[in-house]
Design a protein. Structure first.
Length: 229
């Protein structure tokens, strides 16, 4: 039987939403690896739900590019698309540089404190080698920055567009021993730039930060060719 990371349904979460969330989380966290075959029956059995909400979740994930449904052949977790990652790099750098410029100019004190608290949580993750939690606090840090610049909706758009990038980043973190330390060091520089209002440092470090994972994709492809298109 297929192994999934399963949590309890959220309050007021429908069965359809629950099936989608569990599958999405498992795909993005690489519990369900790129290229893996899955079926409605086994997922419904593992989650103890009917096949209808699973089928609806499959369709939604297919529309998002995370699943590939092949008639008469089966359903597979989509492989990581490097061309989409390259396009996402342009989007992310363009938007994040603009936001960092705003953040280094004027950033709410309360959210500066939240950034520092987020760094403390990341530090604990680094010590414990907890890549999964580190990735969560990584996203939280960027969310705080965009919120502080009154651009939270733009961060939501980025999150919806970064599915291939997110999986490559999880793979990068889990396969390289020193990767978590490198990213954490960059995060500290990002927060430092905001607190000290150093626009030059902010724009420079955010580009290096985003390029870090993308520049590692070629190496990841060689190491895990079965995961990439």
């Amino acid at each position: 039987m297929i192994n999934l990371k399963i949590s309890e349904p959220n309050p007021r979460e429908s069965v359809r939403e629950y099936a989608y969330r569990i599958l999405s989380e498992n795909i993005l966290d690489l519990v369900l690896v790129p290229g893996a075959a899955i079926s409605e029956k086994e997922i419904s059995d593992v989650l103890s739900i009917s096949r209808t909400p699973v089928r609806e979740a499959f369709i939604r994930l297919s529309q998002e590019g995370l699943l590939e449904i092949l008639p008469q052949r089966g359903t597979y977790v989509s492989k990581i698309d490097t061309e989409q990652i390259a396009e996402f790099k342009f989007l992310r750098i363009t938007l994040e540089q603009a936001v960092m410029k705003l953040a280094c100019s004027d950033f709410p004190q309360k959210l500066q404190e939240q950034l520092c608290n987020c760094l403390e949580k990341q530090s604990i993750c680094v010590k414990k080698r907890n890549h999964e939690q580190f990735f969560i606090f990584d996203n939280m840090m960027h969310d705080i920055i965009f919120t502080g610049c009154e651009k939270s909706y733009i961060w939501k758009i980025i999150q919806e567009a970064n599915l291939n990038y997110a999986r490559a980043r999880v793979l990068d973190l889990s396969s390289r021993q020193d990767e978590i330390e490198v990213l954490f060091a960059q995060h500290k520089e990002i927060v430092k730039a905001i607190i000290t209002k150093d626009t030059s440092l902010g724009e420079n470090i955010i580009v290096r930060h985003i390029n870090k994972v993308i520049s590692d994709v070629d190496d990841l492809q060689k190491q895990y060719p079965e995961f990439f298109k």
